[in-house]
Ligand binder design. Sequence first.
Ligand code: PLP
Length: 358
Amino acid sequence: AWNFSAGPATLPEPVLRRAQSEMLEWRDAGASIVEISHRGPEFMEVAAAAESALRKLLSIPDDYAVLFTQGGATTQQALIPLNFAAPGQPADYVISGHWGKTAMKQAAPYVATHVAASSEADRYRTIPARDTWQLASDAAYVHITANETIHGSEFRDIPDVGDVPLVADFSSSIASEPLDVSKFGILYAGAQKNLGPVGISVVIVRRDLLERDGQPRADIFDYRSQLKAESMLNTPPTWNWYMLGLTVQWMLDEGGVEEFAKRNARKAALLYGAIDDSGGFYRNDIDPAVRSRMNVPFFLHDEALEKAFLSESKAAGLIALKGHRVVGGMRASIYNAMPEEGVQALVAFMDDFRKRHG
Ligand code: PLP
């Protein structure tokens, strides 16, 4: 079956197969990968290899630290103000969908959250143009959601916010194309779309920002302490870290982000083409200039057909196409691990369904 789930991720088959064997016995350690000590040399090597592969994949400059943390992206949304903003300091949020709103909600207890721009009134069909943003003076940072997983929009250009650090939630589009990390203060992502299974997140932070005092917080919530402890202040999610390393290495072996950018552009063009050329049978409402290449929500012209679409697509081996409850309709998530054949199969099904029900 082709899995179009928005997350937890679809993982590439070679990664799953390799993990299957190493789950039983990790090299000659006499134990599974999930049983070896996180402080032992074997796992330290796994952790270091994952970081260096990620640095290579994303061309992360040396003046950026990489943290591997627990708690998902949502926890980072609360930790970012705790680590990088003074109590009550303003922080700008650009809201282009559900996850931007979530980020602001998590930060609200710690900073004076300020909506610099929002496309809510437009039902998030657009991303507010940079020249409409009203940035607070003295803001600790400007937060954006690079790809809105539920609403299906994506920043196609990195906005210029001057000297204020740009913080971006890349949970659902990290590693989908080349990216200039140096344009950001902080990038973060839950792993469970393009980087591996759920249970670990990546925080990429410009090192000078770690010198900020932030706010009183426990050591475990302190990025500086985590960095000092090599992301092992407490027991890290070793299996997830290992899986992330395998997934990142797989992306490098496949040709890196340049190759995935091409594949993702072709997949998205094929699927949006099938929607746009359906004579109104299918519809996607997002401004074409900011349509997501990862998450494609779409509607059938007649809601009454949705049930048949879902059951017939499932029977055809195309699973998890039901849209998020916030938006309704259908959604096809086509992350890096989704091969082009999967999207071709979906488009063929959509054409056939339209002919039979149109
Ligand atoms: N941000 C984005 C863009 C997401 O897509 C998600 C989850 O799908 C989250 C944040 C929340 O991530 P987590 O469940 O890892 O906290």
